[in-house]
Design a protein around this ligand. Sequence first.
Ligand code: GLN
Length: 189
Amino acid sequence: MKIGILGIQGAYHKHAEMLRSLGVEPLIIRYNAQLEEISALIIPGGESTAFSMQLSFRLDFEKVRDFALSHPVFGTCAGMIMLGKGDNDPRVRQLKLMDFTVLRNAYGAQTESFTAELDLTLNGEKSAFHGVFIRAPRIDSLGEKVKVLARHGTEPVMAEQGHFLAASFHPELSGDGRIHRYFIERITT
Ligand code: GLN
């Protein structure tokens, strides 16, 4: 099994390292045809405005969306923005696959990036997770079908809906593979 990581822009190398450390082969996705080689896709952090532009010429927006309709997809930070809906920046073309609305850069500028201990619930088990937030988006409203898997205080920061997973932080940067393992297990079971 190969997991693709959208590699047109942004923080894809750390996701690749994390997948390799968990015994899964990553494939950096830059062209439409590569989608046929993978079982699931990670949309990494980066810039959702840049992703939106790139998805109109290097990779096809509709092809990525079609892939996502039938395969697991995990979006982190900018990737979460892409999976959600309702961002009010006209430069961002969201895939609108998950039922939450999101606000870009809601915690402030790069210098206001922070880390925080999160309350994570995976497979019904609660634990702490060290979350890295870099110009992170904020979930603004959540639809009924969306399950919250992690919170920062009371605020939802990780969500699951069917075969989609989204986190407003960067789980690939904390040296803790539990969230990636959870994503992998959901593909294989
Ligand atoms: N602020 C970025 C955006 O709006 C996301 C930042 C990130 O992915 N670390 O797309």
